[in-house]
Design a protein around this ligand. Sequence first.
Ligand SMILES: NC(=O)c1ccc[n+]([C@@H]2O[C@H](COP(=O)([O-])OP(=O)(O)OC[C@H]3O[C@@H](n4cnc5c(N)ncnc54)[C@H](O)[C@@H]3O)[C@@H](O)[C@H]2O)c1
Length: 246
Amino acid sequence: MQYHFENKVAMVTGAGSGIGQAASILLAKYGCKLCLIDINQNHLAETVRLIGSHVDILLQVGDVSNVEFMQSCIKQIDQHFSGLDFAFNNAGIASPVKSIADLSIETWHKQIDVNLNSIFYCLHFQIPLMLKNGGGSIVNTSSILGTVATQNRAAYITAKHGVTGLSKAAALDYAQQNIRVNSIHPGYVETPLIRQVHTEEIQIKHPIQRLGTVDEVANLVIFLLSDQASFITGANYAIDGGYTTQ
Ligand SMILES: NC(=O)c1ccc[n+]([C@@H]2O[C@H](COP(=O)([O-])OP(=O)(O)OC[C@H]3O[C@@H](n4cnc5c(N)ncnc54)[C@H](O)[C@@H]3O)[C@@H](O)[C@H]2O)c1
């Protein structure tokens, strides 16, 4: 599918690697101006290298779970681009494999901060800027573990279920103000985030019998952000090779 995003402004978190990087490259390919956010400067530099120098890109290096940083990112976007059309709120971290009694309080808070609270901060600051120019479209990254559970991942599962609910709530709050909000729910995708997982064991849990690719996920993100998805809001899109259908 071809998209025409010329003069659109998109913000992507976790833009330096994996799914966020693939989505950033596609958004640039279809003409978007970009604000790319990541905690890792080297990751961001690699994304910029892959996109090339022909695109108007604002880079912000910092932690999405830091409220002041997120507020400042939106201010910078307003100053640099005077508006925001698309947001892909995607940065996240993998969870340690531990049962609840063994999961430290510190790890619990970190998981909730990075994987859930950051999405609230994004929405809270993005929405007023989108409303200034008449609306926009937002995609939040949840997970298959935002709709089903598995053993020994309580904090990640809780955070990602939170993202699912928050996305629905935001969709309803702004449905009449031309802001659409959807969440995506990837199964296991080949990215650095899951390198520590035993991929063969994981692969067979997907009926399609393989892991997903970042480009497959990025294509769904672009579709949901675009006007092609103009009647879709509050939806939770599984992209998981059939994992959650079983
Ligand atoms: N890979 C999978 O199998 C899979 C499956 C389901 C959901 N997800 C979700 O997809 C999203 C992207 O994952 P990925 O696999 O592309 O991961 P990844 O590790 O390849 O990329 C994540 C990026 O986010 C950045 N990041 C991490 N913490 C950050 C923070 N606090 N502030 C700013 N940036 C931060 C990292 O530096 C990295 O560049 C995550 O939310 C993850 O939970 C991934």
